[in-house]
Design a protein around this ligand. Structure first.
Ligand code: NAD
Length: 370
């Protein structure tokens, strides 16, 4: 198959759909991969790095779109990209279509087959193409907290791990899923005192075993959240209620009872945030203060480390991308996990929750593919 990788054009997006390492795998499997010039520059991959593994460099996105049967990207296509997609062309990328009517209309009009990374599933009921970015965000959350805790940043002037004879920071992680576990792992590694709050008892059991007594676990209630947040130096918000906005677990009224200079890192900001006083920030200006509490609410945290993020994403997408390249649309029909990823096919919306949220008609795959 002819596979195309345009350079990402969304503001401040430095990741790339296929790394040179992934291109090498596609080429070895007999596919032709065309990469827009400078597509890898944000991760330090030069055009020659792609040429050396058998990729072909094209000088414009237009050429990549025109000559490829499948487009592999990172971010949802932008308006100038929708109009270059066409019928029978496969698009494999993050889409986040549910709140994005304009993009949905653009994809429907193009007639393309769009498979969304975020809805591809695995055999354990997980979302394997979302998990790597949660791992990155979770680990970065502790770095963000460490910076924000510094006095110069308005924080309490506290070193996360303390030093011998001095108490370390108290870190509270609300939501013990992928983000929360990776944040806690970093916090434990730095020597912090860590508590994880979750509303799932089976998950708390797993965390208790995983950390072998090095973190405290608490069941999520208003009381436990209040007790822990009031005593915390850092609170990491990492909850997810699938398909819903994040619940507001830390209210504005609670801030005055917190330690001055404490830090709230709201990783769940991409789902609306789990602290009432959160609003999205950027890497250029990541923090702000409300009632003496430092808030960090960057909505695209993995974008800060595009090299790590691109590699982690490519590791996860590679088997699915290769299946699509090898078999085309048949791979979607054969593989239930790729099937779960199909959002748009030949002018129809094939993902029920997306159709519902957009108020557009839903077509089961069989109907759309007929
Ligand atoms: N800001 C970013 O750049 C970025 C990057 C990746 C992920 N995220 C976001 O981080 C959030 C967490 O993602 P994840 O992959 O870890 O999800 P996950 O599903 O793995 O974990 C979510 C956890 O939250 C728990 N939870 C739900 N409601 C709760 C409550 N009321 N109290 C306590 N715990 C509760 C669940 O039981 C689950 O264990 C999501 O909103 C995701 O979109 C943001």
């Amino acid at each position: 198959m002819k596979v195309g990788v345009p350079k990402e054009i969304k503001a401040h997006e430095y990741r790339v759909g296929l790394t040179p390492g992934a291109v090498r795998e596609y080429v070895a499997a007999g596919h032709r991969v065309m990469i827009e010039t400078n597509a890898g520059v944000g991760i330090g991959a030069a055009d020659d790095d792609y040429r050396n593994v058998g990729g072909t460099i094209l000088t414009s996105a237009a050429e990549v779109f025109a000559s490829s049967e499948m487009i592999v990207k990172v971010k949802e296509p932008q308006p100038s990209e929708w109009c270059q997609l066409r019928e029978n062309q496969i698009l494999f990328t993050y889409l986040h279509l549910a709140p994005d009517l304009d993009q949905a209309k653009g994809l429907l009009k193009s007639g393309c087959t769009a498979i969304a990374y975020e809805t591809v599933t695995d055999a354990h009921g997980g979302l394997p193409l979302l998990a790597p970015m949660s791992e990155v965000a979770g680990r970065l959350a502790m770095e963000a907290a460490g910076s924000a805790l510094k006095r110069s940043a308005g924080g309490r002037g506290l070193l996360i791990g303390g030093v011998p004879g001095v108490q370390p920071a108290r870190i509270v992680v609300i939501g013990g899923g992928v983000v929360g576990t990776h944040a806690a792992r970093m916090a434990v590694g730095l020597g912090a005192e860590v508590t994880i709050i979750d509303r799932s008892i089976p998950r708390l059991r797993e965390l208790d075993e995983l950390f072998e007594g090095r973190v405290r676990t608490r069941f999520s209630t208003t009381e436990s959240v209040e007790e822990e947040v009031f005593a915390a130096d850092v609170v990491i918000g990492a909850v997810l209620v699938p398909g819903a906005s994040a619940p507001k677990l830390v209210r504005r009224t609670m801030l005055s009872s917190m330690r001055k200079g404490a830090v709230l890192v709201d990783v769940a900001i991409d789902q609306g945030g789990c602290f009432e006083t959160s609003h999205p920030t950027t890497h250029a200006n990541p923090t702000y203060e409300v009632e003496g509490i430092i808030h960090y609410c960057v909505a695209n945290m993995p974008g800060a480390v595009p090299l790590t993020s691109s590699q982690a994403l490519n590791n996860a997408t590679l088997p699915f991308g290769l299946a699509l390249a090898n078999k085309g649309f048949s791979a979607v029909l054969e593989n239930p996990h790729l099937r779960a990823g199909l959002n748009v096919h030949r002018g129809r919306l094939t993902y029920e929750a997306v159709a519902e949220s957009l108020g557009l008609p839903f077509s089961p795959i069989e109907q759309a593919a007929a």
